[in-house]
Design a protein around this ligand. Structure first.
Ligand code: SOE
Length: 391
């Protein structure tokens, strides 16, 4: 029987529920070297967190995240709170010797993200591991995309085209939520969903963004206050609040290998619910992905003779792809939640092996540097803005 890994989850809204599902499910479909225990769920409201713990399968509750970090039966802290508390909680947990999984984006500012990355590097020297939750990396079709690029099947990357399209606040009467408040969320569509396409395109291509030119827009500046606090669209109550973040971000960029990038992150693409669309064009081939058809990768092989060349629709459900063989027979498909379960599998495996999991807090800091450059560019008439890097 493998040793246990006591998990303490902070936060129980949408991400808390997705992470709870992953902690519950992973040991039932993967042979894990450590057995996760859903030890404690933390939330500020005792009645609400007790109800969430019962629903999501947690053994105990706390109303102060500091108590979670003090507990000897907690080995790992999973941070699923709004971005304004990521740094305080994650750094305290790392300094207490707890492994940390932190939701994306890593933080609300570069300074916070840098402090988190520094704390993670210090903790790693003592065998304490950390990961930032860019779960879409763990969608099998994305893994195949990265593999094809790494094998040179696309050749030299020329174009990266990435969109993340949602519409949950396209209705101007949709009420305020913490995701629309800068002091809580750091930014709007840019950090919440733009962070995903920045991470994904860098992950697939193996290249980094070196500079951007950007526009941000807030289409609806005042919204009804919610009848009750919630993280996504809720029910309108009395009064109004001011939206202090972007509703949409569009930006161009250059990658380290010379490719040009075009990015769009918006919550106003009416009819698009969670459409992550990526197309990459190289000198030898192209690929295209749409999360709303997440088990499929489209691949154009430029080596194919023109008469029979065309985008191939690959259904990425064969057991030979990472993770896939642990689930269903070919063609039955995976869903949004599987990326979270795969995240738990890789994190627990890395901890057991004494390895640093990816994406690391350093990877999260790099995404934060891109987000910050986008905001600085947009504030200066879309001026070209370099992204600090090792070079
Ligand atoms: C809301 O836009 C959201 O929940 C993001 O915060 C998540 O990271 C994404 O996976 C789904 O949409």
């Amino acid at each position: 029987m493998p040793r246990t890994l006591g998990v303490g989850l902070i936060g129980y809204a949408f991400m808390g529920a997705a992470h709870s599902q992953a902690w519950r499910t992973a040991p039932h479909f993967f042979d894990l070297p450590l057995r996760p225990e859903l030890t404690v769920l933390a939330g500020r409201n005792q009645a609400a967190v007790a109800a969430a713990a019962a629903k999501l399968g947690w053994s105990s509750t706390e109303t102060d995240w500091r108590r979670v970090i003090e507990r000897d039966d907690v080995d790992l802290v999973d941070v699923c709170t709004p971005g304004d508390t990521h740094a305080e909680i994650a750094i305290a947990a790392l300094e207490a010797g707890k492994h940390v999984l932190c939701e994306k984006p890593l933080a609300n500012t570069v300074a916070q993200a840098r402090a988190m990355a520094d704390a993670a590097a210090k903790a790693a020297a003592h065998g304490v591991r950390s990961m930032v939750g860019f779960t879409y990396r763990r969608v099998p079709a994305i893994g195949l995309a990265r593999q094809l690029v790494a094998e040179g099947r696309l050749g030299q990357i020329r174009h990266v085209r990435a969109q993340y399209l949602q519409d949950w606040i396209a209705d101007p009467t949709a009420p305020m939520s913490w995701r629309l408040e800068k002091d809580k969320a750091g930014s709007g569509a840019l950090g919440d969903i733009g962070a995903h396409i920045v991470d994904l395109t860098q992950h697939i291509t193996g290249e980094r963004l070196t500079g951007v030119s950007a526009l941000l827009e807030t289409f609806v500046k005042e919204r009804p206050l919610p009848a009750e606090a919630g993280s996504l669209a809720g029910v309108a109550g009395e009064g109004t609040g001011t939206v202090t973040v972007d509703d949409a971000a569009v930006f161009t960029g250059r990658f380290t290998g010379g490719a040009l990038g075009v990015f769009e992150a918006t919550r106003f693409a009416l009819g698009r619910k969670n459409a992550i669309r990526i197309e990459i064009n190289g000198s030898r081939g192209s690929l295209a992905f749409d999360f709303e058809d997440m088990n499929v990768l489209h691949f154009f092989d430029g080596d194919e003779p023109g008469e029979t060349a065309g985008f191939r629709r690959i259904v990425v459900t064969e057991p030979g792809h990472p993770y896939v063989g642990h689930w269903w027979p070919a063609g039955h498909g995976l869903g949004y939640e599987h990326g979270f379960t795969h995240q738990v599998v890789d994190l627990v495996t890395a901890i057991a092996q004494g390895a640093d999991p990816a994406p690391s807090f350093a990877d999260g800091l790099q995404v934060q540097l891109v987000l910050d450059a986008v905001e600085r560019s947009a504030a200066d008439r879309a001026r070209w803005t370099q992204i600090p890097g090792d070079d």
